[in-house]
Design a protein around this ligand. Structure first.
Ligand code: NAD
Ligand code: SER
Length: 331
């Protein structure tokens, strides 16, 4: 399997933390006109979104979603629209609707329009009580404690089902927490890792919502983008797994992150004040075994904590000096 495509891509959730940077890279590789950005939210037209087409798409509205696929003769959906873990605990029904109904719509539309590929990220949130937390294996029991995790397990199973039952080329990766300097994260448990850098660059103390010893798997955005596109481009026939590749890069505790930031911002202060997200973090792995991704499509990350901190501080410090640390967020 693996249908020929010319890569006319629709990215859903394109205004989010990952979608916003992925659209830029996909446009560089496949041509601006071949990558349609879409979200519920309207983009900031002065930003990167102005470099190519944008459509407002609500992924829970199958008819509207399908019309955009048809209008642009899309062959690939990169499905980034989602409600993340912390926001999902505040509105579990919304998380189910967006994450499960939205993905089901993408997969059904892939059948209707004979699309070449659907890629939908999963998450370390699929794991939960009963999983080995250290070097968590690809294959293990999945009993997540959050609605977000439940939707991500359902999403992985849906992707695999559509591969087996209908021959849809559906793929997915279990991202760890993603750290990035461009777009702020959208309501996840790992958001503290990004927020800590922003606070440090502003010269403020950071009130961290997980304990100092909380250790989670994380990844820098350039690796996330590379891994996503590498999986999109991998030969389907070489894949044993489909919707659920573990993806690792680095693991660190909140305290180790603060110490790393202090190498560039001496005196940076963190106050640890755990809230409901502590329990979510503790239900997730501390590190990930990603050997299946390495073997099946050559996954290899580039950044560790030290190189990520150097790059994050350089980028955010430069923006802060320009008075543009918090880029204007879309409406
Ligand atoms: P985000 O919250 O930053 O962005 C999600 C986007 O989806 C938002 O722009 C939002 O407006 C949009 N959206 C919400 N409901 C929608 C709807 N009904 N129709 C269309 N768009 C809608 O999320 P992200 O961090 O960019 O995550 C992208 C994907 O990666 C998600 O599947 C997420 O679960 C997964 N993931 C992210 C991380 C991370 O650390 N960022 C980690 C693991 C997995
Ligand atoms: N970063 C994500 C979250 O915290 C993990 O999927 O929700």
């Amino acid at each position: 399997m693996g249908k020929k495509n010319i890569r006319r891509i629709l990215v859903t959730g394109s205004e989010g933390q990952i979608g916003s940077e992925l659209v830029t890279e996909l446009r560089d590789r496949f041509g601006a006109g071949n990558v349609v950005a879409s979200d519920l939210r309207t983009p900031d037209v002065t930003g990167d979104a102005a470099a190519g087409p944008f459509e407002r798409v609500d992924v829970t509205d199958r008819e509207g979603f399908g019309k955009v696929l048809q209008r642009y003769e899309i062959d690939t959906i990169v499905h980034m629209a989602a409600i993340l873990s912390a926001k999902g605990e505040r509105d579990p029904g919304l998380a189910w609707n967006v994450n499960v109904t939205g993905l089901l719509n993408a997969l059904e539309l892939a059948r209707d329009f004979d699309l070449a590929q659907v890629l939908c990220p999963s998450s370390i949130a699929v794991f939960g009580a009963g999983c080995p937390r250290e070097n968590t294996p690809q294959e293990t029991v999945l009993i997540p404690s959050t609605m977000y995790g439940i939707t991500k397990v359902a999403g992985e199973l849906l992707c695999d089902y559509y591969v087996r039952r209908f021959g849809v080329d559906a793929r997915g990766l279990r991202y760890p927490g993603i750290v990035s300097a461009e777009t702020l994260p959208g309501g996840g448990t790992t958001d503290y890792a990004v927020e800590m850098y922003y606070a440090a660059v502003e010269g403020k103390a950071y009130r961290c919502f997980v304990r100092e010893d909380t250790r989670l798997p994380m990844m820098y955005m350039p690796d996330c983008i590379k891994g996503t596109i590498d999986l999109m481009e991998a030969d389907f026939d070489g894949l044993v797994h489909h919707g659920n590749f573990n993806l690792g890069a680095m693991s660190f505790s909140a305290g180790e992150l603060a110490a790393s930031i202090r190498t560039g911002v001496p005196g940076f202060e963190v106050i640890y004040d755990p809230d409901y997200r502590q329990e979510i973090a503790e239900s997730w792995p501390t590190s990930i075994d990603d050997s299946a991704a390495r073997q099946e499509w050559g996954w290899e990350p580039s950044y560790d904590l030290r190189s990520m901190t150097k790059d994050m501080l350089e980028k955010l410090t430069a923006r802060h000096a320009e008075g543009n640390l918090y880029r204007e967020q879309p409406a």
